[in-house]
Design a protein around this ligand. Structure first.
Ligand SMILES: [Zn+2]
Ligand SMILES: [Zn+2]
Length: 181
């Protein structure tokens, strides 16, 4: 018997203590993670090379959707599923191979059933993934914040605009090589 009840509870997005920022330092190109409340009121700094991000700082209200980037101050974001593309690609590749082998070694029907099972599993996993908010300019990823009430989907048309904006941001944030005084 397999009668698992499926309660239809809409999980409200829960912000708060687990919220964090994942950034990529433009100077040392290392990833860094900042939990909310780590350095309130202070400018953010790369923990690896200690580059300080001018115009940065934590938002006043970590329970609200991110409206202004902590790292670069940009105010345009998109939201996407918290999903590792490389991992996803590996999963697709491996499951494809598995289905192919099953079809070859067992029979086509088993392969097709397996394919359907994988598709269902993918769908379930996708539904379980949480949304993250991503800054268009510095590509910082915000986890654990509620999504914006206005839907912010990725807009490819911003790509060109932000290529230019990113260049000028980099100029601003990366200091000239210091001369020893
Ligand atoms: Zn750095
Ligand atoms: Zn940003």
């Amino acid at each position: 018997m397999n009668s698992s009840p499926s309660p239809r509870t809409a999980d409200p997005p829960r912000p708060g203590p687990r919220a964090s920022l994942q950034g990529l330092c433009p100077r040392c190109e290392e990833m860094f993670l900042y939990p909310v409340g780590a350095a309130p009121g202070k400018a953010l700094e790369c923990p690896h090379c200690h580059l300080t991000f001018q115009q940065s700082g934590e938002p006043e209200d970590p329970e609200a959707p991110v409206e202004s980037c902590w790292v670069c101050g940009n105010e345009e974001f998109y939201e996407q599923k918290d999903f590792n593309r490389e991992l996803g690609f590996m999963i697709v590749l491996i499951s494809g191979l598995l289905v192919f082998l099953l079809m070859l070694l067992v029979n086509a029907l088993v392969g097709i059933l397996c394919l359907l099972g994988i598709a269902l599993l993918d769908w379930v996993v996708y539904r379980m993934l949480t949304d993250v908010t991503v800054c268009y300019l510095c590509q910082s990823i915000y986890r654990g914040f509620p999504p914006s009430p206005r839907k912010r989907n990725f807009y490819l048309g911003y790509e060109e605009k932000y290529k230019t904006l990113r260049q000028s941001w980099l100029k601003q944030v990366l200091p000239e090589p210091e001369k020893k005084a």
